[in-house]
Design a protein around this ligand. Structure first.
Ligand SMILES: Cc1cc2nc3c(=O)[nH]c(=O)nc-3n(C[C@H](O)[C@H](O)[C@H](O)COP(=O)(O)OP(=O)(O)OC[C@H]3O[C@@H](n4cnc5c(N)ncnc54)[C@H](O)[C@@H]3O)c2cc1C
Length: 482
């Protein structure tokens, strides 16, 4: 029986544990905070739960356009949060942040308990403690575990999987205090909605929180060091989201680097490196993540790290040390829960001698949970523009889609990329409410090697937002070139 030790119980670790246990291995998983990892306890699950409430607020805010009136009166009114800023006004609708956050924390705990229960049912041994990897002496690896009560023990393993995740990057001049200057781990302890929230960082995390709090009723300022919000995303998509943000009253401060964040008597001041400053009631720092690889004993155990501290792995999750695999955010390959889970599963299939397909990043679907959402798969517009990929593209604004018109959706589009000649679907971008649900047909197109003709001939429901996907396929059909 192969003995497997897994360090870290996030999606990289727990999905691997399930696969290994199902394949008959003897699996021990060591987790120091909570099963489910940062994904379930502090990052993905809590943020998307908070966003579920912000989405409800946005639908309320936009519903007067569809003829809904609040309080039986006329549109507008005074007091309370506006749930989405100035797009429309819902009068007295407001969120109870203490209740929202209690729900977020309870849901995260329940999800963590569910995963722990499933692991136990599959026969995985769970240890609550902090682990380090020791240099291999004989045929087995040794993992040293220190439990919460301070006692230590060792685990012998044939295979080790490192899945230790990442944590928020802290700037020395903007150290979070958990009250006014916050990381995304700390926002769920807030009892009252920040009145004037400054979000520093306009990557995916910063943009998602900025949009969510704006919808919940905060006045939000988003400070971005780059030319636009979401600099890593499709530029057309990011422009739509930035336009919606500003239309709803958010102050987006681009090309501005935060130098320091300090407490004032009743709030915070964010100082930019060009001398300007912004005052708010709270500041959320979203300036990236650092891998949890510093205190694991990795170099001594022969595990090579990149200059930024990520564990170097190949496409079947092997590190530079024989028998030591790594998965998830600690590898920096693509910081997504779905990628972490796949890397973990691939590691176990490989270690246990199963047939395995190396990780293919070109097939990964990703989503930014702003309103509207941005979902992407496959090649990017940037790669096409830079001549790295040859592709034909079409972009259909959602404003022309009949279902979108009925629902009052004006922002967003469907973009499709296809290979010239063969018409193979190479990728796509969907900017829409629930784009995360709409991207699947394009993901399947990329994964299964479908052509735009096949997409075009597929029935979509009339009327539906997905009708824009089949229409994009029709517009790219090779027969149209004749
Ligand atoms: C705000 C936010 C929102 C996000 N939303 C999404 C989303 O919607 N969709 C998506 O796909 N991704 C999302 N992500 C990314 C996603 O959360 C990560 O990619 C995912 O958590 C990575 O999983 P992991 O298993 O590598 O690490 P983690 O989930 O971070 O788990 C690692 C675990 O290892 C434990 N650990 C570390 N060191 C040790 C040690 N020495 N001993 C024992 N245990 C240890 C930690 O306690 C932690 O629990 C989001 C990220 C952030 C920051």
């Amino acid at each position: 029986m192969t003995r497997i030790a897994i360090i870290g119980g996030g999606p990289g670790g727990y999905e691997a544990a399930l696969v290994a246990a199902q394949l008959g291995a003897d699996v021990t998983l060591v987790e120091r905070t909570g099963v489910g990892g940062a994904c379930v306890i502090t990052d993905c699950v809590p943020s998307k739960t908070l966003i579920a409430t912000s989405e409800a607020m946005t639908s309320l805010a936009l519903s007067p356009r569809l003829g809904v009136r609040f309080g039986g009166g006329s549109r507008g009114g005074s007091g309370g949060g506006s749930g989405g800023g100035s797009d429309d006004d819902t009068g007295s609708v407001a969120v109870d942040l203490a209740q929202v956050n209690a729900r977020v924390r309870a849901l995260a705990k329940a999800q963590s308990d569910d995963i722990a229960g499933r692991l136990a049912a599959e026969g995985v041994t769970l240890i609550n403690g902090s682990a380090t990897l020791k240099a291999r002496t004989g045929s087995a690896h040794r993992v040293e575990v220190t439990t919460a009560d301070g006692s230590s023990d060792g685990i012998e393993a044939d295979v080790v999987l490192l899945a230790t995740g990442a944590q928020p990057r802290i700037l020395p001049t903007a150290v979070p205090d958990g009250e006014r200057i916050l990381t995304w781990h700390q926002v769920y302890d807030l009892e009252v909605l920040p009145e004037r929230l400054i979000v520093v960082g306009s990557g995916v995390t910063g943009a998602e929180f900025a949009g969510a709090y704006q919808a919940l009723g905060s006045q939000v300022t988003l400070v971005s060091s780059r030319d636009r919000v979401l600099p890593g995303e499709d530029a057309d998509a990011a422009a739509v989201v930035e336009a919606v943000f500003t239309r709803r009253g958010m102050a987006v401060v681009n090309r501005s680097r935060a130098a320091a964040v300090e407490r004032t008597s009743d709030g915070v001041v964010v100082k930019l490196d060009d001398g300007r400053s912004y005052e708010g009631s709270h500041c959320l720092m979203a300036v990236g993540s650092l891998p949890n690889t510093g205190d694991l004993g990795l170099p001594e155990a022969g595990v090579r790290l990149s200059s930024s501290g990520f564990i170097e792995v190949d496409r079947v999750s092997r590190s530079s040390a024989p028998g030591v695999y790594a998965a998830g955010d600690c590898t920096g390959v693509l910081m997504l829960a779905s990628v972490a889970a796949m890397q973990g599963r691939i590691a176990m299939w490989h270690a246990l001698g199963e047939a395995v397909h190396p990780l293919r990043l070109s097939t990964v679907a990703a989503n930014v949970f702003t309103d509207p959402e941005i979902a992407t798969v496959g090649v990017s517009q940037k790669a096409v523009d830079e001549g790295r990929v040859e592709a034909r593209a079409v972009k259909l604004p959602l404003g022309r889609n009949p279902r979108a018109k009925m629902a009052g959706i004006t922002d967003g589009f469907v973009k499709l990329f296809a290979r010239p000649g063969t018409g193979l679907v190479l990728g796509g971008v969907v900017v829409a409410p629930r784009a995360s649900e709409l991207i699947l047909p394009l993901s399947m197109g990329v994964q299964l090697g479908l052509t735009v003709d096949q997409v075009a001939q597929t029935f979509s429901v009339y009327p539906s937002l997905s009708g824009s996907i089949t229409e994009a396929g029709r517009q790219l059909m090779e027969t149209h070139l004749d």
